[in-house]
Design a protein around this ligand. Sequence first.
Ligand SMILES: [Zn+2]
Length: 318
Amino acid sequence: MEVLKSAGVTQFDRCYLAFSFGPFIGFWAAYDGIQKLGALAIPGGSMSSEERLNSMIQNHATVLLCTPSYALHLAEVAEKVGIDMKNSSIQKIISAGEPGGSIPSVRQQIENLFGAKLYDHVGMTEMGAYGYSCQKRNGIHVNEKEFIVEIINPDTLEHVKPGEKGELVLTNLGRYGYPMIRYRTGDVVIYQKEPCVCGNPHLFLPGGIVGRADDMVVIRGMNIYPTSIEAIIREFPEIKEFRIVYYTEREMDQVKVLIEGPENAVEPLARLLRVRIGLRIEVERVENNHLTRFEMKAKRVIDQRESKVRGNVNGISI
Ligand SMILES: [Zn+2]
């Protein structure tokens, strides 16, 4: 609810939730928040992008909630089918699930396409939504009403100084039955000492999340660890070598797996990845010995995403 309030959403707004009501918990929290605020929640589950656009227009939606990649995808579909989103009733977009909303170039692009203001917010399944952008929209405030914040050097575990990159460590106070104490989020942030000029006294993180302290990436709102994908592939001993490829297609980040192995491994692996990871991951077979083998530390992840924010194992060099 803090996220919505900070973006200036009121009980008079009509909020369009452009997502399938699946395992992405962030949207369930948004649904509850909208209802608590007394605004109208319009669910957009089980619909194509075109149907969602039409539904937004018909319902005079004023606020759109989705991931930044999906906002770009919606704009692309709108242009293709001749729906004018720029002059639609949408005034605000609240994004989550990916870093894009705090990257100025991405934010600007989405704002131009929709003729609306984009507000970012950040959270994680384990913690809930812990931060949100304010009217300045150039970073994230941590909700210190519900979270104790520490920012540490991931190697020394010492607190870092203002302006230095560090890993965000949170303790949640507001969640019932699921306490997390000094939880290392893996999100790399920078904090400023001075309060934000917007007047909100809560800790301000310029630029939002600036990287990851591990190799996790966020694809379509889901946390993806290459190690989890690898663990599943390794259940198929007939697969001799593989690559995990992150890429961007029609403005949406995707993940696919290339394998060297028999054709009859493709289907079962794709099915298992879908079940265990919760995301459709395409599996593609390549010729035997097509993929380079590694003698030293293997590099099996290929990142071809157009906008990427990631860290490395040492956490700080992005
Ligand atoms: Zn502010």
